[in-house]
Design a protein around this ligand. Structure first.
Ligand code: GLN
Length: 548
């Protein structure tokens, strides 16, 4: 097993995840079977209890793992499917070690960070790296590991120490350390400054890890003398100093790295052959170049409540981008804070928000939790339904569209979800019986579940290629009230896919509308650049007037 370990310095948000994924693309192009691990040094056992405002989206895996959004990047870039154990957190590691201590596994010993925590981390890495993630049933050849945070953080110290030891455990020729740093530009002539990188490398080396490759984030390509200086001061050869400058789109990065000999460098370090022809990389590059040529726009209004941080909806944005690419359009997302659409909110931005909504080619209401902004989402669904505007509601977006339909078509005036009004006389969406009311972490209906189609032909089924069922990922506590289904369907909003019990509504489609679709699951998590998620593709097709 070969390991590429990506660490970061100076500041967060430099793109360690994209660096790691891009190196993954190069390894995949060279014919290696890949998997990846993201280490998050925080104490939470998983990302499920973290606010999307603070931490970006919670990504959901097939096994129901609620994980850091970087795992989504790995799945999309490398076209793999990971499990909850591919995201290691301090909370998970300590929970395991404490459980072992209570069981008596270390009987007689003093349990300590070194060696018990550091061994647990290493054992975990080896175990997970050997799990197939591409559906082939074969063991991966290489594992890309990203350590979250920056070197020097108190929290990451046990992980750095574990990774230092790890190189000896698996052999130094099986490990390639990549360190991502920042090269800021200062002064009137725009001098590229190397000192922050010198410092972070010094710190990393002080902890016993010598980077094999330095990836330097900078606005412009690294100049020759910057590169030379970094090589001299950071104890790497010049070829190992890689410029990660701004590019027209993220998909350009693998080729940029390739042109800077990153693949050669990694293959020398890890000892594998690189074939002369790399058709996968060529194909990837064609896609990257195509994105740059798109000029005709398609506008999608995103009616959300965490719109201040676009990372909160990362996978939704990606699924829209993949779909826009498939219909040859440049995607423009018009962000609308849902409270601004609520007539009772008296928001100053109300007119502006409605103008944006009305000008959009399609409307998307993504998932969410809590009452804030709900009436605005209901208003958006009403507008889309009554004006024949293409609409996709994901999870909460299906629930709010259902509430709107109950209120305005069935005449159930106060229809609501018990999430927002516990005592509503007309519960259109209700708490699912099997969900815990006392524990928030990991207790939703989570992960991949099969949804059989119940009608022979409808738009959404066609988009899924006529499949008899779909396997998509879930994350919710509430569902459409089974007692209202018959009435709703009789009025034209049909739940064309339900779970295997036939009671739980999963996919809704409105009759006699260009595209009014909702899914209780989150289709965005399985979208791929060259295989857009079908419900999203449907939205984009309808938005540009293509037949479905
Ligand atoms: N809050 C809703 C529920 O728990 C929707 C969840 C979501 O959109 N992910 O069912």
């Amino acid at each position: 097993m070969k390991y590429v370990i990506v660490t970061g310095g100076v500041l967060s948000g430099l793109g360690k995840g994209i660096t790691a994924s891009s190196i993954g693309i190069l390894l995949k192009a060279a014919g290696l079977r890949l998997t990846s691990i993201k280490i998050d040094p925080y104490l939470n056992c998983d990302a499920g209890t973290m606010s999307p405002f603070e931490h970006g989206e919670v990504f959901v895996l097939d096994d129901g793992g609620e994980v850091d959004l970087d795992l989504g990047n790995y799945e999309r870039f490398l076209d793999i499917a990971l499990g909850r154990d591919n995201n290691i957190t301090t909370g998970k590691v300590y929970a395991n070690v404490i459980e072992k201590e209570r069981r008596g596994d270390y009987l007689g010993k003093t349990v300590q960070v070194v060696p018990h925590i550091t061994n647990e981390i290493q054992d975990w890495i080896v175990r997970v790296a050997n799990v197939c993630s591409d559906g082939s049933g074969e063991t991966p050849d290489a594992c890309i590991i990203e350590l979250g945070g920056t070197v020097g953080d108190i929290e990451s110290a046990p992980f750095i120490e574990a990774l230092r030891q790890f190189q000896f455990r698996v052999g130094q020729n099986n490990v390639c350390f990549v360190h991502v740093s920042l090269v800021p530009v200062m002064g009137p002539v725009g001098e590229q400054k190397t000192k922050p990188t010198q410092h972070t490398v010094k710190e990393l080396r002080g902890l016993g890890i010598i980077p094999d490759i330095l990836v330097c984030r900078s606005a412009k390509p690294l100049e020759a003398d910057t590169r030379a200086k970094l090589a001299a001061f950071c104890h790497v050869d010049e070829e190992a100093v890689v410029s990660a400058h701004d590019v027209s789109n993220l998909y350009q990065i693998p080729s940029s790295f390739y042109e800077q000999s990153v693949l050669r460098k990694v293959s020398q370090q890890l000892g594998f052959e690189v074939p002369d022809e790399l058709p996968f990389l060529d194909e990837w590059q064609r896609m990257a170049d195509k994105i740059d040529t798109l000029s005709e726009e398609v506008h999608i209004a995103m009616v959300g409540k965490y719109t201040g941080l676009s990372d909160s909806y990362l996978s939704v944005i990606k699924a829209l981008q993949h779909s826009a690419l498939a219909v040859d359009r440049k995607l423009v997302i018009d962000w609308i804070e849902s409270t601004d659409l609520d007539p009772n909110e008296n928001s100053e931005k109300q007119d502006e928000a409605w103008e944006l909504l009305k000008a959009a080619d399609g409307i998307l209401v993504p998932g969410g939790f809590g009452i804030r902004g709900i009436e605005g989402k209901i208003a958006a669904a009403h507008y889309a339904r009554t004006n024949n505007v293409p609409y996709l509601g994901v999870c909460l977006g299906l629930q709010t569209a259902t509430i709107e339909f109950c209120r305005n078509v069935l005449g159930l005036e106060n229809a609501n979800s018990t999430e927002f009004d516990e005592n509503t006389p007309t519960p259109a969406v209700i708490f699912m019986p099997e969900i815990s009311k006392t524990h928030m972490g990991g207790t939703m209906r989570l992960g991949t579940k099969p949804t059989p189609f119940l009608v022979d032909d409808c738009k959404i089924r066609r988009l899924y290629g006529g499949a008899d069922h779909v396997d998509e990922r879930h994350r919710h506590r509430y569902e459409v009230n089974p007692e209202l289904i018959e009435q709703i369907e009789a009025a034209g909003l049909v739940y064309v896919g339900k779970d295997e019990t036939g009671l739980r509504c999963e996919i809704m489609e409105l009759n006699d509308h260009p595209y009014f679709v909702g899914t209780q699951y989150h289709p965005e998590f399985k979208s791929r650049p060259n295989r857009p998620s079908p419900p999203f593709l449907g939205l984009l097709k309808a938005a540009v007037g293509l037949p479905i």
